[in-house]
Design a protein around this ligand. Structure first.
Ligand code: ADP
Ligand code: MG
Length: 250
């Protein structure tokens, strides 16, 4: 089944063509890295996939929904099916780790109101299971803001999983982490998505991370797809060409 399909996607900011006619098809269960130098259009492309940006022209279909025309309820319904992981984790630092994870269920379960009603027991135990999967069960009742960056991103992944998404989008999920932590968080992100049969599309700007952890690399340069190959067949020389400042023919 096709989870993501863009055709002829064009997005311009002033004189900058952030996306210059992108055709991208992602099938269920794939783990895809959008890779390219800064300014190549990775984030803009990703933002089209949950309707944060609308194209100037072209089509965007995600989980069978026409994202370009979706508004209001239809767009909210789609976003409930799409988990998002951000570069800066976006946790609420003063709340506990557990409360942050539980917020992932807000789209499908009525959460506590004014601290009177608590989360259903089943949701709490599901949240706890995800915290356990990301290795942070023992941190459940600490303030999220007291954790390290790598731990905060693990919490954000648990929060996204509690949403029970079909697609996970991650914009530079490890760009704020040191190399060792970045590798372990990429390992976790890809592993849980594969375990749960989720489709994952992330942006990365480091070739090594994409090659080591994802199943397919879509190489972007100046808003165009310059290569699109399964990671194990990828020609690393061509891939590195994307990063050269001279115009490349790949
Ligand atoms: P990447 O994520 O690969 O670094 P982006 O998608 O963020 O690239 O940006 C692609 C190009 O579009 C860049 O030249 C960037 O400056 C421009 N751009 C992106 N978003 C905006 C915006 N909201 N307003 C103006 N220009 C933008
Ligand atoms: Mg970006």
């Amino acid at each position: 089944m096709t989870v993501v399909e863009t055709r002829g996607l064009v997005k311009t900011f002033g004189s900058v063509r952030a996306c210059a006619g992108i055709d991208l098809t992602v099938r269920r269960g794939e783990t895809v890295a959008l890779l390219g130098p800064s300014g190549s259009g990775k984030s803009t492309l990703l933002r089209h996939l949950n309707g944060l940006t609308r194209p100037d022209s072209g089509s965007v279909s995600v989980l069978g929904v026409d994202v370009v025309s979706a508004r209001g309820t239809a767009l909210r319904a789609l976003r409930r099916r799409v988990g998002v992981v951000f570069q800066q984790f976006n946790l609420v630092g003063r709340l506990t780790v557990m409360e942050n994870v539980l917020s992932g269920a807000l789209g499908r379960v009525r959460g506590p109101r004014y601290g009177v009603v608590t989360w259903p027991r089943a949701v709490r135990s599901e949240a706890f299971e995800h915290l356990d999967r990301v290795g942070l069960a023992d941190r459940a009742y600490q303030r999220a803001g007291s954790l390290s960056g790598g731990q905060q991103q693990r919490v954000a992944i648990a929060r996204a999983l509690l949403q029970r998404p079909e697609l996970v989008l991650a914009d530079e999920p490890v760009a704020s982490l040191d190399p060792e932590t970045a590798a372990s968080v990429m390992d976790l992100l890809v592993r849980v998505c594969r375990e749960d049969g989720l489709t994952m599309v992330c942006t990365l700007h480091q070739i090594e991370l994409a090659l080591q952890w994802t199943g397919r690399v879509v190489g972007l340069r100046l808003g165009e797809v310059k290569l699109d190959e399964p990671t194990d067949l990828l020609d690393a020389v061509r891939l590195r060409g994307l990063y050269l400042s001279d115009p490349v023919t790949v």
